[in-house]
Every structure is written in C-alpha cells, then in structure tokens.
Design a protein around this ligand. Structure first.
Ligand code: FES
Length: 109
C-alpha cells in the first residue's frame, strides 16, 4: 500500500485508508486529503474541469463504505449535489476530505 502525506505529518494529523474499486488499489493519506488527490496519487484518472471548486461535478465518486469518515458536505458541494442530482452515495471528490477509512469508485474505473 502507498502512503501519501500531502499536508503534513501523518502521525500528528491522523490518517485514513482509501480503497478504490474495482481495482482494489489502496493508499493511506493524511487527514484532510481530498478523495481526488488520493485517487491521483495511486494513478487513477479523475475527470474535472473546474479545478476543484465544486462547479463541474465531473469528479463525483460513489462512496461504497466509510461515508461517515469523510468531511461534512459544505454549502458549495451541497449546491452542486442538488443542481446535478447526485445519487445518495455520491460526493464531489474534490470537496470530500478523508478523515478515516473509506472505499470509493466511479462510473468509469
Ligand atoms: S473538480 Fe469540479 S466539482 Fe470537483
């Protein structure tokens, strides 16, 4: 398993394990790392056009487990979810920060 420490010391800030299906790729990331950043770190492509500002919706991921281990949905993402009619298990990966173990997928992996 890979380890990604984008925002500081994992030991001090906490970490989470992100598993990507159907490939089964996994990575341990520092708390606060976005799902988008984690996917890219393991070499999985993630569509986007807005640069991570909760506008395009292309980065959406389905959360298979660990929904409670992601950061709360903030107003910009909530507006996006409503406008683009996300399914109940979908998050904008550029907005969802890892706070524990989570398993995700997309429609195109
Ligand atoms: S990258 Fe555009 S909404 Fe996430």
């Amino acid at each position: 398993m890979s380890t990604l420490d984008l925002f500081g010391d994992i030991e001090q800030s906490g970490s989470g394990n992100v598993r990507f299906e159907p490939s089964g790729r996994r990575i341990t990331v520092a708390r606060g790392t976005s799902l988008l950043e984690a996917a890219r770190a393991v070499g999985l492509p993630v569509a986007q056009s807005c640069g991570g500002f909760a506008i395009c919706s292309w980065c959406r991921m389905q959360v298979l487990s660990g929904w409670e281990n992601l950061s709360p949905i903030e107003p910009p993402e909530a507006r996006l979810i409503q406008r683009e009619q996300f399914a109940g298990n979908e998050r904008a990966s550029c907005q969802a920060e890892v706070r524990g173990d989570v398993t995700v997928t997309t429609r195109y992996w």
